[in-house]
Design a protein around this ligand. Structure first.
Ligand code: F6P
Length: 359
């Protein structure tokens, strides 16, 4: 029996992360192995799908990308909240995406992305397109999967930052406040804080008080520990701030011109009189080659996507549950956040070794 050719579109959307290329490679290589596949790369995420910006890709273009950071397809942030809005350019974005899909005669579209990407993927799926999502993000905040790819590499990078800051903090007897990415979810700060031996971990899910943080720093000083390492998530907030509406909190922050780490460092300097520094590794946490763990996970996710295409299963996103690579219905996971739950074992592990969450 001659197997029908499958035309597969692929796009990467939202913030990049290590492992995107490894996942693309996994999906494409497995597709070539399993059936007759033709791959169309959509440029810069949904922007390319809206504007019809794509290229027919050859097999050789997927060679040598396993270890490459970023994404060979390019990416962009095209917020879900605007997808169904007609803006100044007068473009009906959903209709445009459907048109590109139809013009390209795609059998399916693989979307690699985070929460926003999955919301749009679900919308397209409900509009009748065949969609398979792959969960990427250094934030690890996608519902329905234990881990996303990119997360473990970012833990390694953030941990190395903390390690290096540890030695200089110890030499100078300083407080170093390191700001770890994650606006809404503290997974990366939690894991890298534990891995890097931070004394204090502040995450968005556990509002802190400055009084408590000051107490920890003073207690360490009283115990002749001349330095303190604080791992603070981008989105960490004080108890008072956590009671504010999001807009109010954002305008307070904008008016203060303080990042979460700069605020904590300035407060410690003022309230305790210690020498404090804030360090923001920023996008370093998203750059460069994926770790071995992420190369494996990305490859497994990509291969599962190809299996789903082979079996004509769409409207799903790939997931890791325990040791099993599986998938969830897009409609069941899209739009659901995954903050660190209060009963997460890593929180009790941290507390049990004396790490403070400032609460
Ligand atoms: O979602 C990944 C992430 O790196 C977050 O941790 C961070 O808050 C955000 O993206 C930064 O976004 P941008 O790359 O657009 O500055």
């Amino acid at each position: 029996m001659i197997k029908a050719k499958k035309r597969i579109g692929i796009l990467t959307s939202g913030g990049d992360c290590p492992g995107l290329n490894a996942a693309i490679r996994g999906a494409v290589r497995a597709a070539y192995e399993m059936f007759d596949a033709e791959i169309i790369g959509i440029h810069d995420g949904y922007r390319g799908l809206i504007e019809g910006d794509f290229s027919l890709m050859s097999r050789s273009q997927f060679s040598g990308i396993l270890t490459l950071g970023g994404t060979i397809l390019g990416t962009s942030r095209t917020p879900y909240r605007n997808m169904q809005k007609i803006e100044e350019d007068n473009v009906d974005k959903v209709a445009a995406m459907k048109k590109t899909y139809k013009n390209l005669k795609l059998d399916c579209l693989i979307t690699l992305g985070g929460n926003g990407t999955h919301k749009t993927a679900n919308l397209l799926s409900q509009e009748g397109l065949n969609i398979i999502g792959l969960p990427k993000t250094i934030d690890n905040d996608i519902y329905g999967t234990d881990f996303t790819f990119g997360f473990h590499t970012a833990i390694d990078i953030a941990t190395e930052c903390i390690d290096r800051l540890h030695t200089t903090a110890a030499s100078h007897g300083r407080c170093i406040v390191v700001e770890i990415m994650g606006n809404k979810a503290g997974w990366l700060t939690l894991y890298s804080g534990v891995a890097g031996g931070a004394d204090v971990i502040l995450i968005p899910e556990i509002p802190y008080t400055m009084d408590k943080v000051v107490e920890i720093v003073r207690r360490r000083a009283d115990n002749n520990k001349g330095f303190t390492i604080l791992a603070v998530a981008e989105g960490a907030m004080e108890l008072e701030e956590s009671k504010m509406k999001k807009k109010e909190r954002e305008s307070k922050r904008a008016a203060e011109h303080f990042s979460s780490s700069a605020y904590v460092a300035a407060q410690l300097q003022e309230l305790v009189g210690v020498e404090a520094r804030s360090v923001v590794p920023g996008h370093i946490q998203r750059g460069g080659t994926p770790s071995a763990y992420d190369r494996v996970l990305s490859t497994e996710f990509g291969v599962h996507a190809a299996e789903l295409i082979r079996d004509d299963i769409y409207g799903v996103t790939v997931a890791l549950k325990g040791n099993t690579i599986t998938h969830n219905a897009l409609k069941d996971i899209a739009g659901i956040a995954k903050p660190v739950p209060m009963d997460d074992p890593m929180i009790s592990t941290a507390r049990n070794i004396g790490i403070s969450f400032g609460d």
